[in-house]
Design a protein. Structure first.
Lengths: 201, 201
């Protein structure tokens, strides 16, 4: 028994299965659990099982929620004419935090990734097309990550969405605010030049 | 409701209370939990509560165990004449993994840290002195971290242990194996020179 306790060894195992948590972090977390008071750990254990039992996916946008349709989809003040397509529920949070967007969302739950065996049927693509056909938004914004898989998914969705009569846009790629031209990579800088904006007089 | 679900927000909160897990990692972990299958999460929640209910501290060395005295303390093949003092249970694992030490252990559960309000009474110092008085080991090895607090604790313990008639030693500080002189900091390099070992003919 490496840890002097089989229960402790199992907790280290379970922690190290979480994403971004290696063997050493898992060990540190497990020893933290040992030292923490009983209530704290009971709360964590309950929060884990609660999430699995209480959280569902919204039938409209497929974001996480405790009641479908979710608060964002049932908010009558948000215009239906723009739909923002994102990869993950966490992206909705990130965009909401900017305060720059008031429209609707659609969560794909991933991107096309043939190497990992993720095809269109594993994503909420069919649901997006049905929704666009029915609600006929003026514009669909593709807010996917600017990596190879995000780009491929954006091109794929554009091909499917264009015939449905809505405009399709992508979020801008460029130099991050507060970034430094000198340290930007060539591709990003190239995109920033391509996507330059005219300054108003 | 920032996350569209109060249960999810609470899980993010609970995760972000763990050491080394910031807000963003907590969010990533929570979304991982959402996607993981029910069994995996049930196992993690059970492992958490199991550890709290099954793990106790050894009455002799204060290491974690499921039955006191722990396997290391009740192992009759280990000599009683050397006791290695460490800060945390995880340090016992690290030293056991080297295979270089066969003696007994004593876990302090921390180091002296006046700024954090940690004094001798918060550590297993009294227990160490009682144990040394009773078992009269030949040598006590202080295997504390080579930082300010570890150093202060080592000097403090040395002062208390010396009158009890045992030898007190510290683990060597020096250039890590595989390290590079050029990139070692001055203090470490200085210690390595001070602590140089005579080569046998």
């Amino acid at each position: 028994m490496e840890y002097g306790s089989e229960a402790l060894a199992r907790l280290v195992d379970e922690f190290s299965r979480l994403p971004g948590i290696g063997r050493k972090s898992a060990r540190r977390l497990a020893f933290h659990v040992l030292k923490a008071d009983d209530d704290t750990i009971k709360r964590l254990a309950e929060a884990l099982t609660d999430v699995k039992s209480r959280v569902v996916f919204c039938d409209v946008c497929h974001n996480v929620t405790e009641a479908s349709p979710c608060p964002l989809c049932s908010d009558a003040r948000r215009p239906d004419e723009v739909v923002c397509v994102v990869e993950e529920p966490s992206d909705v949070l990130a965009i909401e935090a900017t305060g720059e967007y008031q429209g609707r969302y659609h969560v794909l739950h991933g991107v096309l990734s043939p190497l990992d065996g993720v095809g269109p049927d594993d994503l909420k693509v069919k649901e997006l097309l049905a929704r666009v056909r029915e609600a006929a938004p003026r514009e669909v914004i593709l807010a996917l990550n600017p990596d190879t898989e995000g780009d491929a998914t954006a091109f794929y969705l554009h091909k499917l969405l264009a015939p449905l009569g809505c405009e399709v846009s992508r979020i801008a790629r460029g130099i991050p605010v507060g970034g430094d031209l000198e340290f930007a990579d060539q591709v990003t800088l190239g995109r920033a030049i391509q996507g330059r904006e005219l300054m108003r007089r």
